[in-house]
Design a protein around this ligand. Structure first.
Ligand SMILES: Cc1cc2nc3c(=O)[nH]c(=O)nc-3n(C[C@H](O)[C@H](O)[C@H](O)COP(=O)(O)OP(=O)(O)OC[C@H]3O[C@@H](n4cnc5c(N)ncnc54)[C@H](O)[C@@H]3O)c2cc1C
Length: 447
């Protein structure tokens, strides 16, 4: 099997410079009257033909990487994002409560995937939202800001030969660097009495981790209720041991009670950077490779289009193409470029560049299901509908943040947990074939 290298070394800044001296960037003002040119977003479509780094997907990871790479003013960076800016939906995105009542899932900003029918969910096909705009899924997610467990992260590191790059210590440091933690207000703390250990949190990162400005008593009974049911209360969920019940932080900026996400954290606060261009409505259709070096495939650029039937355009890259299209988007770009399982690519009529069977396989996601019940007490939804609190920004910052990560043995007992584990293991091969079918059905490059 040939190894895949996304490294390209050449040098010339002239093409990039000429694109901006010849053209201009439009100045737009958003809902808050802010000058969007400062955000390095290209509104007039004018970009250069070569960059040091081309980032595929301006979502959660893509915008963070773009922001960090372009700190070096000698490094040119282009982000190509399939979705729109999100400017027209700023109120929906920024108001936390909308994540639950008027969010982006189902809108034009959602890739709106659907799974194949799930035999273990009554043969239902399950809808699977995914952000398609600047900020990606961080612009539409439920705003739970959690840290994973040390156990899981270290198991992950052991899969890549115990690398210290991906172990708990390295990721814990990175997670702290990415966040600014703000404790709950005294009003909220009096109601919910949440436990937290500030030493496990960051103090100066671009993404805010805080609590809503409004809570009510139902949330305050969460941990006590679970403790009565035998589920331990978690004292420091963010230090690597999140098992048990706790009130999670949310990605809310407590200065104005708005969503804190990849765009507001990593891009909007930047000064103008002439070495950074972020192009919305640009779907990467495939990677372009230099295949002349036998055994080594080098990415030399990308092909992209403004719409499914739009003309294919190309961008050259001097150093690296960075794939950050999300769990579905990145493997799809690789497969359209001929990198993936040979049988799937051949069936789709794609020339195989590298037979890499793992691409587009082994996807895992957590399940989520709702439990509905009626109550005579006020809920966020009833208060919202009746406008009882005036629906002020502080009230509208409410998002449900009660979480419990429970060991299956404590829920199901030792025998039940062992049986569940066996069922999951037995279903693995059939699940994989379902996922391959999903990838085969989804061939449109600019959908
Ligand atoms: C409805 C919902 C609720 C969630 N709730 C939570 C939560 O409460 N807490 C939590 O921690 N996580 C939550 N998540 C998950 C979390 O938001 C994601 O795991 C995370 O944002 C993924 O980041 P990413 O950079 O991998 O992908 P994304 O942020 O999805 O970014 C991928 C970007 O690439 C773009 N793209 C894809 N293909 C191409 C292409 N060919 N060309 C150009 N651009 C392309 C996409 O449009 C997108 O903008 C939720 C997700 C969703 C959808």
């Amino acid at each position: 099997m040939r190894s895949l290298s996304l490294l390209l070394l050449t040098a010339s800044l002239t093409e990039y410079a000429s694109a901006f001296t010849g053209g201009h960037r439009d100045i737009h003002h958003d809902h808050y009257g802010q000058d969007l040119r400062r955000r390095n977003i290209v509104y007039n479509g004018q970009i250069a033909d070569t960059y040091d780094f081309v980032i595929v997907g301006g979502g959660t990871a893509g915008l963070a990487i773009a922001s960090r790479l372009s700190e070096d003013s000698n490094t040119t960076v282009l982000v190509l994002e399939a979705g729109d800016t999100g400017d027209a939906a700023a109120d929906t995105i920024n108001t936390p409560v909308n994540a639950y009542y008027h969010g982006l899932p189902g809108s034009a900003y959602d890739w709106a995937y659907t799974t194949v029918t799930q035999p273990n969910a009554g043969n239902r096909a399950v809808s699977w939202p995914c952000g398609k705009l600047l900020g990606g899924s961080s612009a539409m997610n439920g705003m739970y800001h959690v840290h994973p467990s040390k156990l899981e992260v270290d198991a992950w590191s052991s899969l890549v030969n115990g690398t210290t790059k991906w172990n708990w210590d390295a990721l814990f440091a990175g997670m702290k660097d990415s966040e600014t933690f703000t404790p709950p207000t005294s009003d909220v703390q009096a109601i919910v009495k949440m436990e937290y250990d500030a030493s496990s949190r960051g103090t100066n990162g671009p993404i805010h981790a805080s609590y809503p400005g409004f809570e009510f008593s139902t949330i305050g009974t969460w941990t006590a209720t679970l403790a009565n049911a035998g589920v331990a209360v978690c004292q420091d969920a963010y230090g690597g041991d999140p098992f048990g019940a706790y009130i999670a932080t949310n990605s809310i900026n407590p200065a104005n009670w708005t969503r804190s996400y990849a765009r507001t954290g990593y891009i909007d606060p930047l000064p103008p950077r002439d070495n950074l261009a972020i192009l919305p409505n640009a779907t990467v259709t495939r990677l372009l490779f230099d295949t002349s070096n036998a055994g080594n495939l080098t990415a030399t650029g990308v092909e992209w289009a403004a719409s499914a039937d739009g003309a294919r355009q190309t961008i050259k890259v001097r150093k690296e193409v960075i794939l950050s299209g999300g769990a579905m988007g990145s493997p799809r770009v690789l497969m359209h470029s001929g990198v993936g399982p040979a049988d799937v690519l051949q069936a789709a009529g794609v020339d195989v560049q590298v037979n890499l069977p793992g691409v587009g396989q082994h996807l895992q996601d957590h399940l989520s299901s709702g439990l509905l019940f009626q109550t005579n007490t006020d809920t966020a939804a009833s208060l919202y509908a009746s406008n009882a609190t005036g629906n002020t920004p502080i009230f509208l910052s409410y998002v449900n943040s009660a979480v419990a990560y429970v060991n299956s043995t404590s829920l199901l007992g030792a025998d039940g947990a062992a049986s569940l584990k066996q069922q999951v293991a037995d279903a693995l091969s059939s699940s994989l074939s379902s996922l391959v079918r999903l990838a085969r059905q989804d061939r449109s490059p600019a959908c």
